[in-house]
Write a protein that binds this ligand. Structure first.
Ligand code: ACO
Ligand code: PYR
Length: 527
């Protein structure tokens, strides 16, 4: 059976130290519950003495049932010259009622002298007394040796002496921290091996990402003998972040053959990562390894052609192992393979001639400024039209816009639209707070009577990108529109030197796509 590596999540504590992240108690509870079900072994809930929010988290957490994880409360060693029995930070940990306390203490002599302003001997006493105080009260103590690796480089005997104090005082885990995040994997490996010779306790690793090596350093530490990994979901954390558990876990399980999560749970990784990003209100980078939207997205025609023959030609793991999906993008870099893949996804049949015509058409449109990667609904309409199986639900004869601005009055906009549905001609006018809004209103007014689905869709985002800035006010623009109904969202694109025309194109595609989906749903329901 594969060897177990214990997962220690500090998203709620070190993750909250990231600039721009502030979690409410409710957010923390939601994340902790999800991580518990996911199979995290330890969840660090916060530093109870640091703020009332963290204490409230523990009060609420005590009333909940935890299926897998042990909750840990974080804190520091006692103050220099202080008494553990009177240390409010330790008393707060006891007050939370948790069974695990994680204590960080100094290991780097520089910090002892300059941050704590005390002696090396007093720091050893602080570690010994603090760990002993909590162990005597029945807690499992995880000892986080802050700045261990920098301390080891500067004064190895003292750094190791700090670890020995914590171990002999009864700490269950000795966790080696690369607090400044500047170490290299080789340095980590060497130091961990040395610690194993002198410390007879299970070791853990806690790394930061300042040299972009937090994941690599964590893996190096595990290969050298650490059996607990500390990190955060999506690598959130102070400065450049912590070791990203969304990369650490699949590397440990899939590449190194360790056991971290309960069997089958790795498939929840992508969902967990996105859930935490959503609650933390952080946009997940598309290129985030394993779990990002683009982690298994293939754009180059050469890649897609090979992936369709054997996915491992351009994928280091099957995406479904981590709950992610393969995607194929269509752009000017596409070949026939991209189009065939897309057409099959849409249930369309394109013959060789149609496929090469669409590839050429897309390359030409992208040259003009269109971008189909971010406008999959416009792409689908294009492919359907090319397949010869598509009937347009309506035809537009023309639109006209009137924008008026009078002195001391707000600007007004009015749009007139003439279109045909079958053999009926519709001629409507509508006002709006701007020309695009007026067009949207006029189109809806014309179409709603024939197609009630239009009432159920709405525009959710509108983006304009100037394509050739130097052309100033005569520049070409690309408009991307995002729309949604109760079940789906979709994006469409339009390009023109006239911003109204570009918007109009994207708007028409958006409504046409809503009708296409509505028709497909009705068909599926047998209506
Ligand atoms: C490596 C890490 O990530 S550790 C965790 C870091 N996280 C945080 O700091 C977030 C939460 N922090 C806080 O809310 C506040 O800093 C508090 C409540 C903890 C302390 O606030 P204050 O009492 O106002 O102190 P302040 O933050 O200015 O300074 C920290 C003090 O802790 C001392 N300290 C630092 N590490 C330790 C330690 N391991 N053991 C004992 N004391 C320590 C410092 O020497 C300093 O003492 P001083 O005030 O006598 O100079
Ligand atoms: C303990 C901790 O958060 C660190 O050393 O980075």
């Amino acid at each position: 059976m594969a060897e177990k590596i214990y997962l220690y999540d500090t998203t709620l504590r070190d993750g909250s130290q990231a600039e721009g992240i502030s979690l409410s108690v409710e957010d923390k509870i939601k994340i902790a519950k999800r991580l518990d079900l996911f199979g995290m072994d330890y969840i660090e809930g916060g530093w109870p003495a640091a703020n009332p929010k963290d204490m409230e988290f523990f009060e609420r957490a005590q009333r909940l049932t935890w299926h897998h994880a042990r909750l840990a409360a974080f804190g520091r060693t006692r103050k220099p010259g202080g008494r553990v029995e009177e240390d409010e930070n330790l008393l707060a940990i006891l007050q939370t009622g948790v069974k695990v306390a994680t204590i960080f203490g100094k290991t780097w002599d520089l910090h002892v002298y300059q941050a704590l302003n005390t002696t090396l001997e007093e720091n050893l006493a602080m570690i010994r007394e603090t760990v002993g105080f909590l162990v005597e009260r029945g807690l499992e103590v995880v000892y986080d040796a802050e700045h261990f690796f920098d301390g080891y480089k500067n004064n190895p005997d003292y750094a190791l002496a700090c670890l020995k104090e914590a171990a002999s005082a009864g700490a269950s885990w000795i966790v080696l921290c690369d607090t400044n995040g500047g170490c290299l994997p080789g340095e980590i490996e060497e130091a961990v091996k040395r610690v194993r010779q002198v410390i007879d306790k299970p070791l853990g690793i806690h790394t930061h990402n300042d040299g972009e090596l937090a994941v690599a350093n964590t893996l190096a530490a595990v290969m050298a003998g650490c059996r607990q990994v500390q990190g955060t979901i999506n690598g959130f954390g102070e400065r450049c972040g912590n070791a990203n558990l969304c990369s650490v876990i699949p590397n440990l399980e899939l590449k190194l053959g360790y056991r971290c999560l309960p069997p089958g749970h790795l498939r929840e990784l992508t969902e967990v990562s996105r859930y935490v990003s959503e609650i933390a209100n952080v946009i997940q980078p598309n290129n985030q390894p394993f779990v990002g939207y683009s982690a298994f997205a293939h754009k180059g025609g050469i890649h897609v052609s090979a992936v369709m023959k054997n996915a491992s030609t351009y994928e280091h793991i099957p995406p479904e192992k981590v709950g992610n999906k393969r995607r194929v993008l269509v752009s000017e870099l596409a070949g026939a393979s991209n189009l065939r893949y897309k057409a099959a996804e849409m249930g369309l049949k394109l013959d060789g001639r149609q496929t090469s015509d669409v590839v050429e058409c897309i390359k030409e449109l992208e040259r003009q400024g269109y971008q189909f990667e971010g406008a999959e609904a416009s792409l689908e309409l294009l492919l359907r039209k090319a397949s010869g199986e598509y009937r347009q639900p309506f035809q537009v004869d023309y639109f006209r816009i009137l924008v008026e601005k009078r002195e001391d009055q707000e600007a007004t906009a009015e749009a007139i639209v003439k279109l045909r549905v079958g053999d009926q001609v519709v001629h409507t006018a509508a006002e709006g707070n701007g020309p695009v809004n007026a067009l949207d209103n006029a189109l809806r007014k014309a179409l709603e009577e024939f197609f009630p689905a239009i009432r159920r869709m709405r525009l959710t985002d509108y983006k304009v990108r100037v394509l050739d800035e130097e052309a100033a006010t005569s520049a070409k623009v690309r408009v991307l529109i995002e729309s949604r109904d109760a079940n789906n969202s979709w994006s469409t694109v339009g390009v023109s030197t006239n911003i109204i025309e570009a918007s109009w194109e994207a708007l028409l595609d958006s409504m046409e796509y809503a009708l296409l989906k509505e028709g497909a749903q009705r068909e599926a329901a047998g209506a």
